[in-house]
Design a protein around this ligand. Structure first.
Ligand SMILES: C[S@@+](CC[C@H](N)C(=O)[O-])C[C@H]1O[C@@H](n2cnc3c(N)ncnc32)[C@H](O)[C@@H]1O
Length: 294
């Protein structure tokens, strides 16, 4: 169907095109386009059609949704559409809990390092680096030499590109106190800081769609999965399905941390919520056979 350049794609929704886009986005990313996001999607699609000099909605739809030929266009759309808002140490109580949990875990005589942490939906890297700083500090405080690695994954190529560079501007650094800046960042310009190389080496970033890709973890069991502010864009049944899958990646003593309220009143099977209540964290319930060996 040909539309005039600039005509809102939303107007063509009577033909079902807009619904096809919404369904494709949700099926491929998990992200639900709610009523308040429809306008942004319509604007984005119109802008892309103008940039590509396309007048035919049908042609653009066919091109962009083609799994092979449309891969680049699709990935660009996802980059521009998804909410990637993030910050360092975004939810303070969760990071306090991570520090406490790391100390308890690594001082358990049965624990064999290194400690592996997965930041899922890590956006531009602030969350993964905050985890790295928290783990490093906790390990130093208990004098541990067990080592650790952080894996950060996100569906957005652009976000992962920025995460790997590890360079952040002034406003982003407001959440990082002076002593943390001094310990873990180098100032590389006016109002520009870069995560120190030693810490960057601990963090590996990968583009990965949690719905479509094979696990980026190559069979490795993870001790802590940290997944905040991503599932809120998914339908509730999808969140549960994903969380159940995520628990398969956890080590027996592993911990799964979500954003507060992201899965209220529900728990993955075989898991229990751990205190404090101001964070949403789960660990495996110990069976009689596993007992204290966990
Ligand atoms: C709002 S950000 C949250 C960033 C960080 N976790 C935080 O709490 O500050 C949500 C992130 O989830 C990512 N995301 C959305 N769907 C995804 C999927 N299917 N697989 C992997 N990442 C996804 C987005 O690209 C975005 O960077």
């Amino acid at each position: 169907m040909a539309i005039k350049a600039g005509q809102a794609l939303l107007e063509s929704s009577e033909f079902g095109y807009f619904d096809i886009w919404k369904t494709a986005i949700e099926e491929r990313t998990g992200v639900q386009i709610t009523a308040d996001r429809e306008h942004a999607l319509g604007l984005l699609l119109n802008r892309r059609m103008r940039e590509l000099n396309l007048l035919d909605v049908d042609e653009y739809l066919t091109q962009a949704l083609d799994v092979t030929r449309g891969a680049e266009e699709w990935s660009g759309l996802v980059d521009r559409l998804l909410v990637k808002e993030t910050s360092f140490f975004r939810h303070g109580p969760s990071f306090d809990y991570v520090a406490q949990w790391v100390k308890e875990t690594i001082t358990n005589p049965d624990f064999v390092g290194p400690l592996w942490v997965w930041s899922l939906g890590c956006s531009t890297g602030e969350e993964a680096y905050s985890l790295a700083i928290t783990v490093d500090r906790a390990m130093r405080q208990v004098g541990s030499v067990k080592g650790f690695g952080i894996i950060g994954t996100d569906i957005s190529n652009e976000a992962i590109f920025q995460a790997r560079r590890g360079i952040y501007r002034g406003a982003k650094m407001n959440a990082v106190d002076e002593s943390t800046r001094a310990d873990y960042f180098d100032q590389v310009g006016a109002q520009l800081w870069r995560v120190k190389a030693d810490l960057r080496r601990r963090v590996c970033f990968l583009t990965s769609n949690i719905l479509a890709d094979k696990s980026p973890l190559i069979g490795r069991k993870i001790h802590l999965i940290y997944c905040q502010n991503m599932l809120i864009y998914f339908r509730r049944w999808k969140r549960r399905e994903l969380v159940n899958q995520l628990t398969d990646h956890l080590d027996n003593r592993g911990c799964l941390m979500l954003g507060l309220g992201e899965l209220a009143n529900w728990m993955p099977e075989g898991f229990a919520r751990v205190a404090p209540r101001v964070v949403q964290a789960y660990t495996k319930v110990k069976t009689v056979e596993q007992g204290e060996a966990l």
